[in-house]
Design a protein around this ligand. Structure first.
Ligand code: SF4
Length: 295
């Protein structure tokens, strides 16, 4: 059976406005009847599915998320959610843990936890993985934020540089190198993943299902997410759209085999390098990847 990873964009609205976030916000979201259609698709197209509830802020549609979970369980192997914590209270955390949803909590180096109740969340430290987002303009905060994460006993961290929406100067690349060295030598009992721009290709095929009800093919959300950014030029967005847009969920002829046939890895790889090239940041991204690949 195929391993299939689908990121479900349940809403295009967010309750935060991170200053490195270049997304458009709209109140579009999945309806219950469209969730039913997706569940029907999963039921009719057996595979080892991982469903990730992903950007903008999925917990804004918690009732729909619950509805989807409860009705898709028989057809899905794993679930995960990427959330910014604001709506993550005890009831929701316990519900997600009980339903075996891996929780990825996004925090950044901008506000040094000012808007995060870390003590409360640390009660669930074994069930929460931290996505530690590093803005190049705030790298002076990164080690302190990392130490705070450690102090609250979180063990699983993904270290993520901000790509595409921010520029990396020579001095920020040098700071990144020092932060990387510090984390590497101070994280013995932790599980740390460094998210490079290009993370190689996993064996799972990745798709995104957006609120517009189209399936897109992707690698690590790089194309689909970058396509949303206002600072990516229009012609390139159209090119990404042309190469990654597959079928509509509403298409009666749609099935998984058709999606897989249209999944063209060569096109995806070309586009992934074309984006930083068009922004003039290809060499910065490759320096970041080399730094985060050092040991
Ligand atoms: S980065 Fe995520 S949490 Fe921040 S504003 Fe954008 S969608 Fe919201």
């Amino acid at each position: 059976m195929h391993n299939i990873y689908i990121e479900l964009i349940i809403t295009n609205w967010c309750n935060k406005r991170c200053q490195y976030c270049d997304l458009d916000f709209s109140h579009k979201s999945f309806s219950y009847s469209n969730l039913d259609k997706f569940i029907e698709f999963l039921k009719n197209n057996k595979a080892n599915y991982t469903i990730n509830f992903f950007g903008w802020e999925p917990l804004l549609e918690f009732d729909k998320l619950k509805y989807f979970l409860e009705n898709s369980k028989s057809y899905v192997n794993k679930y995960s959610i990427w959330t910014n914590w604001i709506l993550l209270n005890k009831t929701k955390i316990l519900y997600l843990i009980k339903n075996k949803v891996s929780i990825y909590l996004s925090v950044d180096n901008v506000k040094k936890w000012a808007d995060i109740d870390l003590s409360f969340l640390s009660h669930y430290k074994n069930d929460i993985k931290i996505n530690f987002i590093n803005d190049p303009d705030y790298l002076d905060n990164s080690i302190q934020v990392f130490e705070d994460i450690k102090m609250h006993w979180f063990k699983n961290i993904s270290f993520m540089p901000v790509f595409s929406t921010k520029k990396w100067s020579t001095s920020s690349l040098y700071k990144l190198w020092n932060i990387y060295k510090y984390i590497k030598s101070n994280s013995d009992d932790m599980n740390i993943i460094f998210f490079k721009y290009f993370n190689w290709v996993s064996i799972d095929k990745q798709f995104i299902l957006d609120t517009d009800l189209y399936f897109y093919s992707d690698l690590d959300s790089l194309l689909w997410l970058q396509k949303q950014y206002k600072n990516i030029n229009l012609a390139l967005k159209e090119e990404i759209n042309k190469k990654t847009t597959l079928f509509s969920l509403l298409d009666k002829e749609i099935d998984l085999e058709k999606l897989l046939k249209l999944y063209n890895i060569e096109d995806l790889l070309k586009l992934i390098f074309l984006i930083p090239k068009s922004q003039g940041v290809l060499s910065e991204n490759s320096i970041i990847d080399n730094i985060l690949n050092w040991w």
